[in-house]
Ligand binder design. Structure first.
Ligand code: PLP
Length: 376
C-alpha cells in the first residue's frame, strides 16, 4: 500500500527553475477549480452530447469564442495535450506513403505522433554548436528535394520555440515557403502559447498547438489545438456512427478537472502574455549573469525566450572532485531550496526563468556563484 507520506510533494515551496514546470504552475483560481471539479466526469452534469457544447460550465464559449480568438484561428478544440493535437492533425491529413517535414529540433512527441500516424519524417538540418539554428530556407530546400523525388508531403511542422534551446525561428518566412509548395503548416507552440503572444493567422500557419500544463497554468494533461479553414473539414470530421462526435478527438477529450483549470487560468494567462517583453528581459539578464560565472548559453543570442540551455564546464570540473560526484550540484541547489535541474547533470542543463521575480532570479544566480566559489 502507498504510504500517506509518499503522497506528499517534497519540492513544494522551493524556487522551481524546471522549464517543463514554470508555465504550468496553477493560478489560485485554477487551484480552486481543481478541487471543485475533481470528481470524475464532473463537467458532464449538463452535457448536451459533446464537450465543446457544454454551456454550464462555460466550455462552449471558451472553445468557440475565447480560444480561437486567442490562437488566431477559425476553429479551436481542447485536447489532452500538445502531442494529442499534433497526432490528430497528422492522422487526419495522413495518407498511405505520406511524409511530414519538421525542424531538426522537433520534440520527440512530434516524431512519435508521425510514427503512430504511419507517416515518414524528414528533418530540416540544425546548425552546429553553439547556435543550433534552423534556417527557414531549410524548409524550401527539403520540400524541393522531396517533391523532386515524388514524395507526398502531407504536413510541415515547426517547433516554436524548440524545447531544448528555446530558439525562435522566423515562422512567417517558413509559412510563406510552405504556401509556395502548398503544404499546410503546424506550429508546435507548447512553449509559447500562454507565455508569449502568438497568432496562427499573423504567422500564416494552418494549425497551432499548445500545452495547458506546459504554458497555460493548467493541471495536465490538457492542450489546445487551433485550426484554420479549410482544414477543419478533415481534422474535425464527424463519426458515421455517432453524428456529433469528432473522430480524431475520439468524441471527447479533456472530460474533467483539467479543462476547468485551463478555463480558470485563462483570464490570467491572456493577461500575462502581454508581459512577455519583461520575461525576455529577465532571461537575458540571467543569461549574462550565468556567463559571468563561466557558463555558456547555447542557442539564440541575445536570447528570445525564458527556456535556456547552458553548457557548464565550471560545474563539470567541480563534479570530478566533489564528494557527491556528479550529484553535488543537485544537492547544493536543494540545500538552497532551488529545484528543477535534473539530478546528476553538471556538464549542461536547461532551465527557465519564466514568471520568477527579479529577487528570486538574483537568489538563483547568487546560489550558483556561491556553489562555484566555495567548491573550487
Ligand atoms: C512539452 C513539449 C511537448 C509535449 O507537450 P504535451 O502537452 O505534454 O503533449 C511537445 N512539444 C514541445 C516542444 C514541448 O516542449
Amino acid at each position: 500500500m502507498t504510504k500517506r507520506s509518499a503522497l506528499k510533494r517534497s519540492t513544494l515551496g522551493m524556487i522551481n527553475i524546471d522549464p517543463l514546470q514554470r508555465g504550468g504552475i496553477l493560478t489560485p483560481e485554477a487551484r480552486d477549480a481543481l478541487a471543485e471539479w475533481g470528481d470524475g466526469y464532473s463537467i458532464c452534469d449538463f452535457c448536451p452530447g459533446n464537450l465543446e457544447e457544454i454551456k454550464k460550465p462555460p466550455i462552449h464559449d471558451f472553445v468557440h469564442r475565447d480560444l480561437p480568438e486567442f490562437l488566431g484561428t477559425d476553429h479551436a478544440r481542447v485536447t489532452n495535450g500538445a502531442r494529442e493535437g499534433i497526432f490528430a492533425v497528422m492522422h487526419a491529413l495522413g495518407e498511405e506513403g505520406g511524409c511530414v517535414v519538421m525542424d531538426g529540433n522537433a520534440h520527440y512527441t512530434s516524431l512519435v505522433a508521425a510514427e503512430r500516424a504511419g507517416l515518414d519524417v524528414s528533418l530540416i538540418p540544425v546548425s552546429d554548436r553553439p547556435q543550433y539554428r534552423v534556417e527557414p530556407e531549410g524548409y524550401g530546400d527539403l520540400l524541393e528535394d522531396l517533391f523532386g523525388r515524388g514524395e507526398k508531403v502531407v504536413l510541415a511542422l515547426l517547433t516554436y520555440p524548440d524545447g531544448n534551446y528555446g530558439n525562435i525561428v522566423d515562422a512567417k518566412r517558413v509559412s510563406s515557403i510552405c504556401k509556395d509548395y502548398d503544404v499546410p503548416l503546424l506550429l508546435n507552440c507548447a512553449y509559447s502559447v500562454g507565455r508569449m503572444p502568438v497568432s496562427a493567422k499573423e504567422l500564416g500557419a494552418d494549425f497551432i498547438v499548445g500545452s495547458g500544463h506546459k504554458s497555460m497554468a493548467a493541471c495536465g494533461p490538457v492542450g489546445v489545438l487551433g485550426i484554420n479553414e479549410p482544414h477543419q473539414e478533415a481534422v474535425l470530421r464527424k463519426s458515421g456512427y455517432h453524428k456529433n462526435k469528432e473522430i480524431e478527438l475520439l468524441g471527447c477529450t479533456a472530460r474533467g478537472a483539467t479543462i476547468m483549470t485551463l478555463l480558470a487560468s485563462f483570464p490570467a494567462v491572456r493577461a500575462r502574455v502581454a508581459e512577455w517583453d519583461s520575461e525576455v528581459e529577465k532571461a537575458r539578464w540571467f543569461s549574462t549573469e550565468m556567463e559571468n560565472l563561466g557558463m555558456v548559453q547555447m542557442g539564440d543570442k541575445p536570447h528570445n525566450h525564458d527556456l535556456m540551455f547552458f553548457e557548464t564546464p565550471v560545474l563539470y570540473e567541480i563534479s570530478k572532485h566533489a564528494k557527491k560526484g556528479r550529484f553535488f550540484l543537485y544537492k547544493e541547489l536543494k540545500k538552497r531550496k532551488i529545484h528543477g535541474i535534473k539530478s546528476g547533470l553538471t556538464k549542461y542543463f536547461k532551465l527557465s526563468t519564466y514568471g520568477l521575480s527579479e529577487d528570486d532570479l538574483r537568489y538563483v544566480v547568487d546560489a550558483f556563484d556561491e556553489i562555484i566559489s566555495t567548491s573550487v
